[in-house]
Design a protein around this ligand. Structure first.
Ligand code: UDP
Ligand code: MG
Length: 319
């Protein structure tokens, strides 16, 4: 039986990009259908993430012209991760496999064929991994690769150089639906579901048009989110730091007592100020890290919806 594939594409202010990439996605869908890899019911699902430009209008036009295009829109901008989740959860009951991919043409669309073949040979999850970053600027390459290394050091295990281009079977998605957390870091959460997985490799291109929505500040925020969602290692590091500082303090105390008895206790103003500054800044960082976790708990406890779909394209209305 040929599987039904839903390609999930999050879009935020992409009116410049969509008219160029939508036909490319369609072409790839047709190629896979003609090769008998996927069923004719397969679709391309755009998730409009509360765009402020003409993105939703373009999606509606595409879907009225071709029934392979369908769309949902979020009630407001919720960010890339929530947009992908909305698409995956929407698709999981209608298809056998999903492939999530950005809409800007940076990820090699033709690799989807290989992903589906991997699925046919038994993988339930297939990660798209960037084999090189030739087109990235030096700064983007260093910060992006540093991002993966830092995550792994901090105990958040992620597949190196894999972003959100991946195939996930509906079976895995149904299990994944039980992961109810509000703080989303999909590339770290999907491996937790388990099942057989594999990787395919591709070159990453430059954005076709428009601008990246992921500057360094957002990448850092995503890294912090990823680490605090997946790992408690930073808390352990704080505890280790506390122990190390205590040992140092005891050594300092012994030194102070000795100095007193030796009679060399001229007031060391500079050393006291230095110690206070150092210790108080370390304490503030530690409180900040703990606060980050408490903030997470606060958001999780509220259990607010992770996405709200406000509209669907006509060919995608719920029966
Ligand atoms: N995106 C989204 N919501 C946002 C920001 C981005 O749905 O709030 C989408 C965007 O339209 C694109 C994908 O997420 O399809 C990746 O964004 P972008 O290309 O800007 O990131 P980069 O590839 O530069 O890391
Ligand atoms: Mg991009």
């Amino acid at each position: 039986m040929k599987p039904t594939l839903y390609i999930i594409i999050p879009c935020y202010n992409e009116e410049k990009v969509l008219p160029i990439t939508a036909p490319l996605f369609l072409e790839q869908l047709k190629v896979m259908q003609s090769e008998d890899l996927i069923s004719l019911e397969s679709k391309i699902m755009f998730v409009n993430d509360g765009s402020k430009d003409g993105t939703w209008k373009i999606i509606k036009e595409l879907s009225s012209k071709n029934s392979s295009f369908i769309g949902i829109t979020q009630s407001r901008n919720r960010g890339h991760q929530n947009a992908v989740l909305a698409g995956l959860m929407e698709a999981k009951d209608q298809c056998d496999i999903t492939i999530s991919i950005d809409c800007d043409g940076q990820d090699d669309i033709s690799v989807m064929t290989q992903m589906v073949e991997e699925y046919q040979s038994g993988s339930e999850v297939v990660y798209g991994v960037r084999s090189s970053r030739k087109t990235d600027t030096f700064f983007k390459k260093v910060t992006a690769e540093g991002f993966y290394k830092f995550l792994n050091i901090m105990g958040a295990e992620v597949v190196f150089n894999h972003a959100d281009y991946r195939l996930i079977s509906a079976r895995v998605l149904k299990e994944f639906a039980n992961f109810k957390e509000v703080n989303l870091f999909l590339r770290g959460m999907i491996p937790l579901v388990g099942f057989k997985s594999s990787s395919v490799y591709y070159e990453r291109y430059e954005r076709i048009a428009g601008e990246s929505h992921y500057p360094l500040s957002k990448m850092l925020a995503l890294a912090i989110d990823g680490i605090t969602s997946l790992s408690v290692k930073p808390l352990r590091l704080i505890a280790s730091l506390g122990i190390a500082m205590s040992v140092l303090s005891i050594a300092g105390l012994i030194w102070a007592i000795f100095s007193k008895f030796l009679g060399s206790t001229t007031a060391g103003w500079a050393s006291i100020v230095a110690a206070i500054c150092l210790l108080s800044s370390i304490q503030l960082i530690c409180i900040g890290i703990i606060g980050e976790y408490i903030g997470k708990i606060y958001l999780e406890v509220k259990n607010r919806p992770r996405y709200i779909i406000s509209e669907r394209t006509e060919n995608n209305e719920k029966k």
